[in-house]
Structures are given as structure tokens and as C-alpha cells.
Design a binder for this molecule. Structure first.
Ligand code: MN
Length: 249
């Protein structure tokens, strides 16, 4: 198996190195990660400026590539031919904060895995929480266990798995995407010329504790594994819309 590993926190992030170490016994791992933090950069495609990619060894001295683009650009570059050998799976993380609920389309970690599905490859996004401290060793071990299972029963090519690992694990759950509760606040400040500028501030988000969701699972000490696809169609709504919007208008 040949794994492409990326993240959205940048090539020097400790979560990336932990995942690299856990996956190396299982597979050949090619690392291409952004040169800076692209957290919350979303599913980006850089079309109007060049992308650079340079060799940049990880902290353990192992080979890796640093890319000027977003996580989804790293994946696209690799799969469009920068990486010559066939890639079987794209893994993204470990992100130091959960990616759950409506985080998914903001998340550089998750959208890197979405990019894999555009190329017909399975993807896995891996996140944990850093409050009080991130447990990267445990999270990486869970990811490796999951990938070991997938080597026996491969995912459908248009699917990705969004994996969130709590600080201590009492079990694993297949979950659905839940609902975040954001606590964003607009912070207004003024520059030295008196012109206003803005920050999106506020406290860390929480989530709704609906049973069966990603947030519910991690709050109860379970690894949350949510299968996702990029088809955003609201299928259940189609019959109702078809009942009053006819082919004639
Ligand atoms: Mn991040």
C-alpha cells in the first residue's frame, strides 16, 4: 500500500509526524504538506498563482515535501502526477482540534480527504483535541488500526472517513455528521489611521449532543468514524420539490 500523507497545520506540525511514524510499518508513506498553517482554509483549488514544492525533511530526518498550496492543492499536485508511483489512500492529519458537524467544509484536514475522492481514491481525515493536551500517540495508533482494517476491506472509491479520536478511548462508533454550536463573536478594532478592522473571535465551539452523531461519540469517549461523500444533494427534499416545480416550470 502507498499512502499520501498531508495535513492542514503545516509540515512541521507534531500531529503529522506522529501519524507518519504510526503508518510507516503498514505502508510506504509519501508526505506532502503545506508550508504554513492552512487550518479552516476549506476546499481550495489554487488556479491563479504558481504552486511551489520543495524537499523538506521531517524532524526525524525522513523525506518529505513542502508545498506552498493548501492541503487540497497538495493532494491534487500529488495525484496529477508529481508523485509518479500509484497512490492507494490519502490520509490527512492529525489535526489538533476536532473536525465535526459543520466544521467539515471549513476544515483543511477534511477537504484534503475530499480531494482524494475527486480523484477516485479513498481518504481518511484524522483529528483529536488539544484540551488539555493532544494525545497524538493514541490517535495515530487508532488511525493505523483503522487503515489495517481497510487493507482487508477497502472503502468505495468515492468515500472518505472522518475520524475524531477523544483523549481516552473506550470504544469505536460509526457516526453521522452532527451539529456544531459556534460561539463566534465579531471583534472590531482600529488601525493607527483610525480605520476599522475585524477578527472572527469568540470561544471554542461546542456541539449538540444528539445521539449517534460525531460530537455525541467523542463526548462519550468513543472514536467517531463518519463516512462522508462529496455529493451534497438533499435527496429527501427532491420528491417535495418535484411535486410543485414541474418540468414545465
Ligand atoms: Mn488544523
Amino acid at each position: 500500500m502507498h499512502i499520501l500523507l498531508t495535513n492542514d497545520d503545516g509540515l512541521t506540525a507534531p500531529g503529522l509526524l506522529a501519524l507518519k511514524h504510526a503508518l510507516t510499518p503498514l505502508a510506504r508513506v509519501t508526505v506532502i504538506a503545506p508550508s504554513r498553517n492552512y487550518s479552516a482554509a476549506g476546499h481550495r483549488k489554487t488556479l491563479h498563482k504558481p504552486l511551489r514544492i520543495d524537499p523538506a525533511p521531517l524532524a526525524d530526518g525522513s523525506e518529505a515535501w513542502m508545498c506552498s498550496g493548501a492541503p487540497s492543492d497538495c493532494v491534487a499536485l500529488a495525484l496529477l502526477g508529481f508523485v509518479k508511483d500509484k497512490i492507494d489512500l490519502v490520509v490527512s492529519g492529525i489535526n489538533p482540534h476536532y473536525n465535526i458537524g459543520q466544521d467539515l467544509t471549513y476544515s483543511g484536514t477534511v477537504t484534503a480527504a475530499f480531494e482524494a475522492s475527486i480523484f477516485g481514491l479513498p481518504g481518511i481525515a484524522v483529528s483529536t483535541e488539544s484540551d488539555p493536551v493532544p494525545n497524538y500517540a493514541l490517535t495515530a495508533q487508532v488511525a493505523a488500526q483503522l487503515i489495517q482494517k481497510l487493507s482487508e476491506r477497502p472503502l468505495a472509491t468515492n468515500l472518505l472517513l472522518n475520524v475524531n479520536v477523544p483523549p481516552q478511548v473506550i470504544g469505536w462508533r460509526i457516526t453521522r455528521q452532527g451539529a456544531r454550536v459556534y460561539k463566534d463573536e465579531l471583534v472590531t478594532r482600529h488601525d493607527p489611521r483610525g480605520r476599522a478592522y475585524y477578527w472572527i473571535g469568540g470561544e471554542m465551539p461546542t456541539g449538540r449532543l444528539d445521539e449517534g452523531t460525531d460530537f455525541w461519540a467523542i463526548e462519550h469517549g468513543h472514536v467517531s468514524i463518519t463516512p462522508l461523500h462529496l455529493d451534497l444533494t438533499a435527496y429527501l427534499t427532491m420528491p417535495d420539490l418535484e411535486s410543485w416545480i414541474t418540468p414545465d416550470g
